[in-house]
Design a protein. Sequence first.
Length: 423
Amino acid sequence: MKVFKFGGASVKDAQAVQNVADIVSLYKGEKLGIVISAMGKTTNALELIVDALCQRKKSNFDELVAERKQFHRNIMLELFDDPNHLIFNEIESQFEELTKMYDARIPDNYDFEYDQIVSLGEVVSTQIVNAYLNQRGISSGWVDARELIRTNNNYREGEVDWNKTEELFKQHFIPRFKDVDVQVTQGFIGHTSEGLTTTLGREGSDYTAGIMAYCCGAESVTIWKDVPGMLNADPKWFDNTIKLESISFREAIELSYYGASVIHPKTIKPLQNKNIPLYVKSFIDPTADGTTIQSSTSNDHTVPSFIFKMNQVLFSFTPKDFSFIVEKNLSDIFERLARVNAKINLMQNTALKFSILLDEEKVNIDTIKSLFEDTYTVRFENGLELVTVRHYDQATLDRVTVEKQIILEQKTSETARLIVKQK
């Protein structure tokens, strides 16, 4: 069995769904577990619906639901010749249930409501893709991830119960390959022991593919992207990128930890644990070689990799009593940051100052200041960039700091991290 994962861009419209079927057809006769994301920008649209529900904006809620329903209907009208195909009723009923949610209850837990609504994007997407694969003559079955992946009740960041999840895959997934060659399920979503829907964190569909492969002992995982493989830098920020032909699990974890966007950080570990290779390939050119991620570290150092995080804000905290920054201070600082779910990209301390770098768009500067101003002097600088270079040399550092002022620098033998701003 092989595991494939198709993200939102690979199912963004009817032509994209047809291309997915073309790729699956290349593997005729093989057993495939296919993980699919919501179509296009549907997750973003459903997040707006959650906001409208929680803010009790009925007209806005209805308008957004209608728009999303029509978006999917338009795709189906291109994919299916018969307007009476059962898939139309299936998708209609999903959106009817969504509409009813407005009057069903008064929302009091945003994260819970988020998971119940945003997960609909993956459910609808997979129902459409599965129906289309069958229309194309591919032996395909639809499986509900809410019967497979067991998590705790930490909505929006569900933590997987690995023992129960492996048991559920053995009960409800693997035996179905007796009847079909392909099984389509949703990325990103799971369920609690009470049967309530959870999500695994934003962009968690890659993680679902890793979970499936681990639980089924898969031969490999392939993530299909709109790039030829893992590149050594984001083409948006870097010219003359190079494709990484083969890297280790360790290197992939390092790159994802520092912010490389191709692979979800949680994806690698379950694959590494069972030595299941991961391929990153292009859905635009599916027969081309992509990037292989496996256990060998022999090729990791051959090409420097560059990761850029823009729009960063650097905070520094100094105790007002000029006491040293020691474990007690650090514990206090981290506890305060946890209250607002602040994700730290880089940190550094001196005797009297502790500094952290955050994504400016994910925090409120005034909120951070108010959290600390009772006992700390707080300073901040925004409009910064964080540049991470794996396997650097001086020439690569010179290249990324042209016309930049270095605010802070950290180096290990393999990784250089620079906070910079335009001169």
